[in-house]
Design a protein around this ligand. Sequence first.
Ligand code: CP
Length: 326
Amino acid sequence: MKLFSSVNDVADIKQLVASALALKANPYAHSDLGKNKTLGLVFMNPSLRTRLSTQKAALNLGMNVMVMNMDKEGWALETQDGVIMNGTTVEHIREAAAVMGEYCDILGLRSFPKLQNREEDYNEEFFNKFVKFCGVPVVSLESATRHPLQSLADLVTIHETWEPYRIEAKAKPKVVLAWAPHIKPLPQAVPNSFAEWMSRAQAEGMLDFTIAQPEGFELNESFTTGAKISHNLDEAIADADYVYVKNWSSYKEYGKLLDFPEGWMMDNEKLKLTSNAKVMHCLPVRRDLELASEILDGPNSLVIHEAGNRLWSAQAVLKAMLEEIK
Ligand code: CP
């Protein structure tokens, strides 16, 4: 694998999930694979889980790791061609990415959308230019439209926690992506990516997938092919085995904070409608705004387990990349 930016870069998702779980069972089985190889992690935006889990994953594979907090410590980057750089930008992405490629065997990049220009964000201009100019394999640490390491960890978590409890009467879990309230317009990267990965998993017979959101919060259709769509949370979560809670802002009214109806926060009352569902969230989460504390602190919450699986997911992806560049 030379690029990990979406589920479309993965030939076999079941094999990648199995690889992550094998690494979880035996973290140091490939501790020589990354010897004398360097991973560079470039952050244009804040991170806790992605930064630490990817770093640890690389260390488990014997890699060296360098982290660059470009937003705080780097030069201000110019991304447009043909501009006279007489403003605030100091270095062009052409040189910056190419130089990082000189120092690293694999690069990771986090670059959030600006949520100002939908076309620009959905064209992934920054991410794609970085990939083009750095000249080495790249793993997305969350781009403008996708967060594939998160989605892989989510699929690993569902597969891992469902398999031991599956019963013949219900061989596949019902997974619901449930919109949640927020006070800021957030990117669509996590729900886009989750929808894309779950749709693929559904197509491969691993689960049934539903998306619930208020009117006006529909995701870009290219990410939700095959998903059942509902505008009624209570109906959507009936008999659910997993509820994946996440806020996102409107794709249609791009970048705007829209009004939303009451009753979209998951709490213990809503949990009663489900099939004793496990509740997931990518974190960070705003307690009692997006998701009730009583769920986060209760037995149905998978959020810490899910965050823990970020490590094995990142390790599986880096392992697949190292196996190609060795
Ligand atoms: N879920 C996730 O990507 O967390 P961070 O933003 O803290 O990396």
